[in-house]
Design a binder for this molecule. Structure first.
Ligand SMILES: C[S@@+](CC[C@H](N)C(=O)[O-])C[C@H]1O[C@@H](n2cnc3c(N)ncnc32)[C@H](O)[C@@H]1O
Length: 284
């Protein structure tokens, strides 16, 4: 598996399941990721489109059971490499398939519990603008039975790898007062929306990022600040354009990322290197 060693971490080109096998038990404090969308995006074809080999990209065919097995296998391995008391946070939303809206996030919580994760929090990421025009159906047919709200939300679920020893369950159990002080969170803008479980964050605008489905940096930064300390290792198993890894670097965490599409790996690595040289210049 190709490996890119960067100043604050490593990006691997390949399947995260195979890649995580290289990592030691408990070597990661926090995971943040957004899994590939079931039947929604065929990343290989998107890359071919980026390269100009294809005009459009198709949905990937996979059964829902196979998709569940794909995710469960990988999040079981995420559990193994997450330190007891550590967290993994997942951005996920319902998908549209064969004319139905599939409640993937709600199934996903059960799959995670079966895999050994403890459910901790549900945060709603609210986007200011809907991409779909579902709400228009009621405008055309203003009668009961035609209500299809436009979707402006995604879920952010927080899970913990609960430690056997209750005392060690908090990731704060072995942090010194000095370390806590060094990681004190600025609460100036906390009492607005950050203190609640609905976060209003602008989605990445078309053309702002080469990946077809990036989450905003702001999301990754909030999760990283709330659930890890400086120097901890933050992992994104489906790294895409590297938003989690960039947030980790910015906030002085170590990172490890996996991504199967070489084009996205190159894009993420380039951005990480550019931001690192700017950060280093800023520190001088
Ligand atoms: C929803 S996207 C993640 C986007 C990312 N959060 C960002 O902000 O750019 C999911 C990514 O997982 C990658 N992927 C799919 N299967 C994978 C696997 N088995 N191991 C690692 N990456 C995989 C896809 O190529 C895609 O880039």
């Amino acid at each position: 598996m190709e490996e890119y060693d960067l100043t604050n971490g490593v990006v691997y080109h390949g399947d995260c399941l195979e890649g995580m096998r290289k990592l030691e038990d408990g070597s990661v404090t926090l995971g943040f990721t957004s899994p590939p969308y079931f039947n929604a995006v065929n990343y290989e074809e998107h890359v071919e489109k980026l390269q100009g080999d294809k005009d459009r990209w198709e949905r990937e065919e996979m059964s829902y059971d196979d998709y569940r097995d794909f995710l469960v296998e990988r999040f079981e391995e995420v559990l193994r490499v997450t330190r007891p008391g550590g967290y993994t946070v997942v951005n996920i939303s319902p998908v549209h398939w064969e004319g139905e809206r599939i409640p993937l996030p709600f199934h996903f919580v059960g799959w995670m519990e079966e895999a050994g994760w403890k459910f901790k929090e549900d945060i709603v990421w609210e986007k200011p603008v809907a991409k779909d025009r579902r709400s228009g159906v009621l405008l055309q047919n203003p009668y009961p039975g035609y209500y299809y709200p436009s979707v402006v939300s995604e879920y952010i679920f927080v899970f913990q790898n609960e430690a056997d020893d209750e005392e060690k369950n908090s990731i704060y159990w072995d942090r010194s007062e000095e370390e806590k002080e060094e990681n004190r969170i600025n609460l100036d803008d906390y009492q607005g929306e950050k203190s609640k479980n609905v976060w209003k964050i602008r989605q990445v605008a078309p053309g702002e990022n080469e990946h077809p489905a990036p989450f905003p940096r702001e999301l990754a930064e909030r999760i990283t600040e709330f659930y890890s300390y400086k120097g901890d290792t933050v992992m994104d198993v489906f790294a895409g354009s590297g938003q989690t890894l960039l947030a980790a670097q910015e906030l002085d965490r170590e990172f490890v990322g996996f991504e199967t599409q070489k084009e996205y790996v190159d894009y993420a690595v380039e951005r990480i290197q550019n931001e690192n040289s700017q950060k280093t210049l800023g520190d001088i």
